[in-house]
Write a protein that binds this ligand. Structure first.
Ligand code: G4P
Length: 311
């Protein structure tokens, strides 16, 4: 990871604009904080591309565009890389962030970054209008850095997917896993599906009810999995419910948008989640500091007479 970070920092020094590709279904969780840190260190402007909007909730996408659009040195746009008309507007937008370049002598150098599986390869292929990058649903398929001409005045640089070493908020890991940005061996399907079900119960109960013909009132995450198994008649040998199959069904229905267009987080829900987690962490740290202070005071009280110098 240190090597990937070093390589990214070196590459950033040689580019004018960063296109950061995000998954529109989880724009906060799919942005790697390392990208912002490296980019801001070099003062590079950024075009945040909310990709896969064909799968995302349009209202939530509008809210995210507004939030990102208010960040310094940032423009944000929503696209589906599978729609050529969406992709066609990107070079001009990216170039508008580097007005001092954009000529045959000073070409705009655009770096495409993003975590695995957000659609970087699909986007690059669509932008250069030929198949130059491997598209695949297995995370981290792009391994090497490559450069492509984008007309005479721009060039596109592709960076391998940058996964961060530790995911700061546990719910981000679950959202990333649900959306297939984390490899299959790195998480437990059942845990991810239960967390997904819980989010859907809060944000999209009507979609769950419509797809699985169930009453969502009073259900919890595991209850949704059970309801799917019952409704679909998923049983293992002996007649017990097949929870594994129901788990896979929910994940697959979310990933393919068979459930409907879903966004797992809004700017507001993300802000509340971060505030809650940060407050809990601060409380824990304060309690630990207090415990340590008490232990230290007790230690001093016990060793006090022995510590004092003899008269
Ligand atoms: P990466 O380079 O960032 O790792 O992502 P990549 O382009 O390989 O895309 C990952 C998966 O996301 C691919 O699915 C790709 O088709 C899909 N994808 C990319 N952009 C969009 C989009 O705007 N909308 C939708 N719905 N899907 C998108 P796949 O199943 O591996 O490939 P395929 O069978 O769909 O071609």
């Amino acid at each position: 990871m240190a090597a990937a970070r070093k390589k990214a920092a070196e590459t950033l020094a040689q580019v004018d604009v960063v296109i950061e590709v995000l998954d529109a279904r989880l724009p906060g969780a799919s942005s790697n904080p390392m990208i912002a840190e490296l980019r801001l260190h070099r003062q590079r402007p950024c075009l945040k591309v909310l990709n896969k909007t064909d799968l995302a909730d349009p209202l939530a996408t509008t809210a995210w565009l507004h939030t990102f659009g208010n960040q310094p040195l940032v423009k944000a746009v929503a696209v589906s890389s599978k729609r050529p008309a969406d992709v066609a507007k990107l070079p001009k937008l990216a170039a508008s962030l580097a007005p001092h370049r954009n000529s045959m002598i000073k070409r705009v150098r655009i770096l495409v970054m993003g975590i695995p599986n957000v659609g970087k390869s699909t986007l690059i292929n669509a932008m250069v209008k030929r198949r130059v990058a491997n598209v695949g649903d297995q995370p981290a398929i792009t391994k090497h850095q490559s450069r492509y001409d984008l007309g005479e005045q721009m060039e596109l640089i592709d960076m391998p997917g940058l996964m961060w070493p530790a995911i700061e908020y546990p719910s981000d890991g679950l959202m990333l896993a649900a959306s297939h940005a984390i490899g299959e061996n790195a998480y437990i399907d059942e845990e991810v599906a239960v967390a997904l079900a819980e989010t859907l119960l809060i944000r999209y109960p009507a979609l769950l009810a419509a797809r699985y013909k169930c009453e969502t009132e009073g259900l919890d995450g595991p209850g949704v999995i059970e309801a799917i198994a019952k409704q679909r008649g998923f049983r293992i040998k002996g007649g017990d419910l097949d929870y594994d199959k129901a788990t896979r069904t929910l994940l697959s229905d979310y990933r393919s948008a068979a459930l409907g267009r879903i966004t797992l987080e809004t700017p507001q829900s993300r802000k509340s989640m971060m505030e809650k987690v940060d407050a809990a962490r601060a409380e824990k740290a304060a309690a630990e500091a207090e415990q340590a202070a008490i232990k230290e005071a007790l230690r001093k009280a016990k060793s006090g007479p022995r510590d004092s110098a003899p008269e």
